[in-house]
Write a protein that binds this ligand. Structure first.
Ligand code: NAD
Ligand code: UDP
Length: 328
């Protein structure tokens, strides 16, 4: 049996990856400090014989007794609201956290896959974005803490690959959605669905002409799994190229949820990328992978999940105290 360590395991993507690796017959060690995650995402695995959980902040030294074959580093705040609230933690988990995991991978002779992002392309001047595009990032803007941490993460990972011969993989994830996203994390899908369920208007930022391309979680996990087992060391985009403007998307959600509310327009956040669509030619060729779940089908499943949450969850605002996670 092969052992895999998954950081960010209590989060949206991490918890689905735990499920997938358990299903594939791995022994899974999940690690998280719950800064943006939720233990309920892992409740169903707690008594599984091939699963263990370690509560730990990956920016601190990591000790694992067992041998490791694979490490997937998914710990990081991922929503603009989260990384604006905890900018230093975001920088640390992408830099110090990644450094710790690279060191661990070296000692264990494990293969490490890191979760990078379409944000390395910033507000892109090339459309759709392919892996050879270097990006257009404002280093000192509010999103810079996330974008630059992820860019540094890619650089240090390649340095460990080149200098130490470490086996590494880099996935550039484009907007991914599905069950277990946090309802109040501020990302557009939980935001719109939560607003529809609470009977509030849907808040479209800017004039809504900015675009995104949404990938369903099962497709994303399949792409990551295939990339991990491939022999390709350079970054690979995984996402769904089906692009839509945010104002059209709000209309789709209004229809899906049958809400009588409407879209209302608010200020556009600073440096909000104007267009985003992955060029997935490389993933198609290399991994024989492409997304299979349509936006209609994926949004239905995601809405069913949000509808199943308690009233308390639905109306819970994010009043968490992050200070306990911030060590001097
Ligand atoms: P999420 O917030 O649901 O999950 C992140 C998890 O990491 C949380 O459980 C959080 O508690 C944990 N974490 C954060 N800092 C930590 C630390 N220092 N030590 C231990 N655990 C820590 O977000 P997500 O959407 O599941 O994103 C997971 C990863 O995928 C992130 O690295 C993110 O940058 C990347 N990503 C996600 C998307 C997306 O659309 N969901 C897009 C691009 C990249
Ligand atoms: N957005 C919006 N209303 C919201 C939340 C987000 O119009 O309540 C917009 C946001 O400005 C961005 C897009 O939706 O243009 C996607 O935002 P998200 O936070 O999901 O992720 P991003 O792709 O910007 O990281």
């Amino acid at each position: 049996m092969k052992n895999v360590l998954i950081t960010g395991a209590a989060g949206f993507l991490g918890s689905h990856l735990c499920d997938r690796f358990i299903k594939e017959g791995f022994y899974v060690i999940g690690m998280d400090n719950f800064i943006t995650g939720d233990i309920r995402n892992l409740e169903h695995l707690q008594s599984h014989p091939n699963f263990e959980f370690i509560e730990h902040d990956v920016t601190q030294h990591i000790t694992i007794e067992k041998p490791l074959d694979y490490i997937l580093h998914f710990a990081s705040p991922a929503s603009p609201i989260d990384y604006l609230k905890i900018p230093i933690q975001t920088l640390k988990v992408g830099s110090l956290g990644t450094h710790n995991l690279l060191g661990l991978a070296k000692v264990k002779k494990a293969r490490l896959l890191i979760a990078s992002t379409s944000e390395v392309y910033g507000d892109p001047l090339v459309h759709p974005q392919n892996e050879s595009y270097y990006g257009n990032v404002n280093t000192i803007g509010p999103r810079g803490v996330y974008d630059e941490a992820k860019r540094f993460q890619e650089s240090i990972t390649m340095a460990y690959h080149r200098f130490h011969g470490l086996e590494t993989r880099i996935v550039r994830i484009f907007n991914t959605y599905g069950p277990r996203m946090r309802l109040n994390d501020g990302r557009v899908i939980p935001a719109f669905m939560g607003q529809a369920l609470r009977g509030e208007d849907l808040t479209v930022f800017g004039d809504g002409s900015q675009t995104r391309s949404f990938c369903y979680i099962d497709d994303q996990v399949e792409g990551i799994y295939k990339l991990l087992l491939s022999d390709y060391v350079y970054p690979v985009n995984i996402g769904n190229p089906n692009e839509i403007s945010i104002s059209d998307f709000a209309e789709e959600i209004i229809k899906l949820t049958n809400t009588s509310q409407k879209a209302v327009y608010k200020d556009l956040p600073v440096d909000d990328p104007m267009q985003r669509q992955p060029d997935i030619s490389l993933a198609k060729k290399l991994l024989n992978w492409e997304p299979k779940v349509s936006r209609e089908e994926g949004m239905k499943k995601t809405y069913a999940y949000f509808k199943s949450l308690s009233k308390e969850d639905l109306f819970k605002r994010d009043h968490r105290d992050f200070s306990k996670h911030i060590k001097p």
